[in-house]
Write a protein that binds this ligand. Structure first.
Ligand SMILES: Nc1ncnc2c1ncn2[C@@H]1O[C@H](COP(=O)(O)OP(=O)(O)OP(=O)(O)O)[C@@H](O)[C@H]1O
Ligand SMILES: [Mg+2]
Length: 337
């Protein structure tokens, strides 16, 4: 059964045990004001989780502070604001992000990117709830809930001395780990339905495409899946989308996987591997036969054309060459297809 799990204002979609557990944790932590540290690879949905925590029990504004963009001479004034005339060009006073978050939630995105000197200043705000705008003689107060996110291993950064231990403990009261998509493939079907509903005009995916989605490892996680569906829908009138419509990166991955599986099977023949002996895994061949480059090229082209059932456009894509080059080489090698 397809379950679409939407909680409160959140749009977190998924039905895997991992996602359902994250949703339960969101509901729990939203009831308090503890600092939350959201960890996960890029594109796993960390920002979505942060917004959901805030929206589940909204109080005041939700202010995103992108720590990776806090660089250069203006970063302190971005964060803490500045007094009028604090520096050349500061014609008026400016409110900083920290003050904007007062009474609400500050989402410290990419916290692992925050330079050490700013880490010290942030720690002070979290401890004392006080800060001083650039060029001001007076401290101001700001009290907010903190949700921080990073795709870095902050504990390691602490060991390395690039992240302050005291700030780490202050932020890491509740930890939410968002699993990479390859470890929660039960979410894929629901996510695909969700993105098709959002982006498509009645497109449907073949079972082969769904199988490919299950086989792929999604290094860019949910964001990559979303982009993939968006791209397929945008450039194909459909209504049915096939494996040939997948972005070339995914096709290449599947092609390499298939070639590796075929190489293992070919190797299996030489060591007496039979289907009646499924537990016996053939040893990988130590050497691949060395072939003249032209022969390797010819074989690669034949393989790509077989794999794509003669579709020269996709074959050229997989081979990383232009369509015209492929035509020329087909002629050159006298390949009948
Ligand atoms: N469970 C989910 N349900 C629906 N959409 C999701 C889900 N998880 C992620 N997304 C979508 O994937 C995209 C990436 O999510 P988000 O920006 O929250 O990831 P992130 O972990 O913050 O990424 P990064 O580390 O690159 O900043 C967004 O467009 C978001 O809408
Ligand atoms: Mg993010």
């Amino acid at each position: 059964m397809m379950v679409q799990t939407r909680q409160n204002a959140s749009l977190i979609v998924g039905e895997s045990q991992r996602t359902l557990q994250v949703l339960r944790h969101i509901n729990k932590v939203a009831q308090g004001r503890w600092p939350v540290l959201v960890l996960g690879e890029t594109g796993t949905g960390k920002e979505m989780v942060a917004r959901s925590i805030h929206q589940t029990n909204p109080e005041g504004p939700f202010v995103t502070i992108d720590c990776s963009s806090l660089v250069g001479p203006l970063m302190e004034s971005e964060l803490f604001g500045h007094a009028r005339g604090a520096f050349t060009g500061a014609v008026g006073a400016k409110l900083g992000l920290i003050e904007m978050a007062n009474g609400g939630t500050a989402f410290l995105d990419e916290i692992g990117e925050l330079p050490l000197d700013m880490q010290a200043k942030l720690l002070r705000v979290l401890q004392e709830k006080e800060f001083r705008p650039v060029g001001s003689l007076h401290s101001r107060r700001s009290d907010f809930r903190v949700i921080a996110a990073t795709n870095r291993d902050l504990a390691k950064e602490v060991e390395r001395g690039t992240f302050r231990r005291d700030l780490y403990y202050r932020l890491n009261v509740v930890t939410l780990r968002i699993a990479p998509l390859r470890e929660r493939k039960d979410d894929i079907a629901t996510l695909v339905d969700h993105f098709l509903e959002r982006y498509s005009r009645g497109h449907k995916l073949t079972q082969d495409v769904m199988d490919a989605f299950q086989a792929y490892d999604w290094p860019g996680n949910v964001r990559e899946l979303e982009n993939c569906v968006q791209q397929m829908v945008a450039i194909n009138s459909g209504p049915l989308l096939h494996v040939g419509d997948l972005p070339s990166g995914i096709q290449n991955f599947l092609f390499t996987r298939k070639s590796q599986a075929m190489a293992v099977c070919a190797g299996a023949g030489t060591v007496g591997f039979t289907s009646s002996d499924p537990m016996r895994i053939p040893p990988a061949p130590e050497y691949l036969p060395i072939l003249p480059l032209t022969e390797m090229e010819r074989r690669a082209i034949v393989h790509a054309l077989e794999y794509t059932k003669g579709d020269r456009g996709i074959a050229a894509n997989l081979l990383g060459i232009g369509r015209t080059t492929l035509y020329r080489k087909i002629k050159e090698y006298q390949l009948a297809c």
